[in-house]
Design a binder for this molecule. Structure first.
Ligand SMILES: Nc1nc2c(ncn2[C@@H]2O[C@H](COP(=O)(O)OP(=O)(O)OP(=O)(O)O)[C@@H](O)[C@H]2O)c(=O)[nH]1
Ligand SMILES: [Mg+2]
Length: 264
């Protein structure tokens, strides 16, 4: 088997998995999956408006429905979305996109992906304060929120998800992987490194501290954490320089997920 670590070094800017990564040899896991004949499952989590649906669509080569913007109003997902990336020899994925809006459907979806049918890995999506503000149910007009408010909301949202991830990780004997996808990088192209640092374990930032807590809770060897910038916008025919950068980031994310799932 090829060492995931060796590949990882070449492919990743920020891998803080350390020793946990060495334990992430997914070979027996892959064998079990092949027997069941299923793609690995990936939970896509994160607060409302960060870009989960858009990213999952991009990763599954699905055209995002422009109907999500109705009459200029950006509408969030109301139910869990299922997307499948098909590939030969079971090297695809089944994504479960948990709605970010704090509705009953979100709680049910969290139960499903972290308890009832526990996923193989987690793609937690954050947007460096650039989540699209969404109005709360029943009100109209565009919602407004500052970047600081969005970052605070994101932190609160993460606490709930992190708790679920920890509970799942301690319950199983094989390791769980978590990738923090810092999306909408096109909106802060000059600050990508800084954003990645903010979302990284050991950074001393509010988010970093929470990740450190999660690792302590789950046990270092039970959870690997990667932080990767990405953006899901564009990719059309008129590819500009920034679109090229976007597809490069997307490719790095895909490569990392493939490594974590034992696809490569
Ligand atoms: N600039 C930019 N905008 C993005 C990107 N990804 C998503 N968006 C926009 O951000 C908004 C929210 O994206 P969604 O994918 O609907 O967000 P979500 O996380 O699924 O939100 P909920 O369904 O409410 O949980 C949409 O208007 C997207 O077009 C990105 O990479 N760059
Ligand atoms: Mg959505």
């Amino acid at each position: 088997m090829q060492s995931p670590l060796r590949h990882g070094r070449a492919a990743i800017g920020t891998t803080i998995a350390g020793g946990a990564l060495a334990a992430l040899s997914q070979a027996p896991d892959r064998a079990a999956r092949l027997l069941r004949h299923r793609y690995p499952t990936v939970a896509v989590t994160g607060m409302t408006g960060v870009g989960k649906t858009r990213l999952a669509d991009r990763l599954t080569r699905r055209a995002s429905a422009e109907s999500s913007v109705e009459g200029g109003q950006d509408v969030g997902s109301a139910v869990m979305e299922r997307r499948t990336r098909r590939a030969a020899r079971l090297r695809g994925y089944r994504f479960r996109v948990v709605p970010g809006e704090n509705a009953a459907t979100r709680l049910g979806a969290l139960d499903e992906v972290f308890h009832d049918e526990p996923v193989d890995g987690v793609l937690h999506v954050v947007a460096n304060g650039y989540a699209t503000p969404r109005r709360t149910g029943g009100t109209s007009g565009a919602a407004l929120a500052s970047r600081e408010e969005q970052l605070a909301a994101e932190l609160e949202d993460w606490a709930i998800t992190a708790h679920r991830i920890a509970a799942m990780a301690v319950r199983r004997d094989r390791p769980t992987w978590l990738v923090i996808a810092v999306t909408k990088a096109d909106l802060f192209a000059d600050d990508v490194d800084e954003a990645v640092r903010y979302y990284s374990p050991g950074s001393g930032s509010p988010f970093g501290d929470r990740l450190d807590e999660l690792r302590a809770l789950a046990g270092g060897a039970k959870l690997s954490i990667d932080v990767l910038p990405v953006c899901a916008q564009g990719g059309g025919r008129k590819a500009s320089a920034s679109e090229k950068a976007c597809s490069d980031m997307l490719a790095r994310l895909e490569l990392r997920m493939a490594q974590l799932c034992g696809h490569v």
